[in-house]
Write a protein that binds this ligand. Structure first.
Ligand SMILES: [Zn+2]
Ligand SMILES: [Zn+2]
Length: 306
């Protein structure tokens, strides 16, 4: 299993354009967006949750927050664990929701923190020592909301290319004599990138990501009304140019006949030049469209809902 496969295997959620979108990434105890229905779907996972990242203040991405805040206070579980909600600074609807939650939250025993985020901000999420790192980036969507995408990334080291081929002893000797920096380079690896609702993002913002979740509201290019969303072909093009290892398409419109969506997306994907695994999310169902080498994945089996 590749790292990208592992990330997708640990991802569950729901996405339907206009109705609701949310993703739960369990290894980081993180919820990305929080549309309607998230709280009953999370059930006891809700007590493990430490952070929420909100992309923008549209109803379908924030309407589940009240339910989460409430059920963590009222259901049976850890009532003291803090919860931090990171949101685009200055988004008016989210600030109203924050006010509402503050008034509703008279009997909340846990610490509920709202952290405004600006594009370019870098911060750690979660309560543990080895906290995940997040960077916010700007995306283009509605002029009435403040819109952010997020990268979950890690700082890693790798052997300097000119030292490949040396023995372990030689490398250790050099590190001892000249310091660790003389043998390794530091680099950043994006583990998971999420673009919220957006026109196609700049590939440089998600370059080399293990997994990219990009919206694909329109399957047919001719359905585009404005530049506030993306099409399937555009999302594939971003993923190809950004050299991401695996693409997840979300926020797909329900205007297309349900039984045709998978086939339509597979047809577009196979001719797109993106030759890595591709998964689409429709409602709670994650369906593999392209396999490891970009070949069409076998038609879906029953029981793939998560
Ligand atoms: Zn939306
Ligand atoms: Zn939106």
């Amino acid at each position: 299993m590749t790292m990208a496969d592992d990330v997708v295997a640990n991802l569950r959620g729901f996405s339907k354009a206009m109705y609701s979108t949310w993703f739960h990434y369990k290894p980081a105890r993180l919820l990305i967006d929080a549309g309607e229905g998230v709280s009953p779907s999370m059930e006891n996972f809700i007590f493990g949750l430490e952070s929420i990242l909100i992309s923008h203040g549209h109803y379908d991405h924030i309407s589940g927050i009240g339910g989460i805040v409430h059920s963590r206070a009222a259901a049976r579980g850890d009532k003291e664990k803090p919860l931090r909600i990171h949101y685009p600074a200055g988004d008016r609807m989210i600030e109203l929701l924050r006010e509402y939650c503050g008034k509703m939250a008279g009997n909340i025993q846990y610490e509920l923190e709202w952290e405004p985020v600006w594009a370019g901000d870098e911060f750690a999420i979660g309560l543990d020592e080895d906290r995940a790192l997040v960077r916010a980036f700007p995306v283009v969507h509605s002029p009435r909301t403040v819109n952010l995408g997020y990268q979950l990334f890690e700082r890693r080291t790798r052997l300097k290319p000119e030292l490949v081929g040396l023995s372990q002893d030689q490398i250790e000797d050099r590190a001892r004599e000249q310091g660790r920096d003389s043998v390794v380079d530091e680099y950043e690896q994006i583990v998971l990138a999420y673009c919220g609702d957006s026109a196609p993002v700049d590939p440089d913002l998600v370059r080399g990501a293990e997994v990219l979740i990009h919206e694909a509201t329109f399957i047919k290019e001719s359905d585009r009304e404005n530049d506030t969303h993306s099409s399937v072909a555009e999302a594939l093009e971003v993923a190809r140019r950004a050299d991401v290892n695996r693409l997840v398409l979300a926020h797909i419109s329900t205007r297309y006949p349900k039984h045709q969506i998978e086939g339509m997306i597979r047809d577009i994907a196979t001719g797109s030049g993106f030759d890595r695994p591709l998964t689409m999310v429709m409602g709670r169902r994650f369906t593999d469209i392209l396999g490891p080498g970009g070949e069409p994945a076998p038609p879906r089996r029953r029981g793939t809902r998560r």
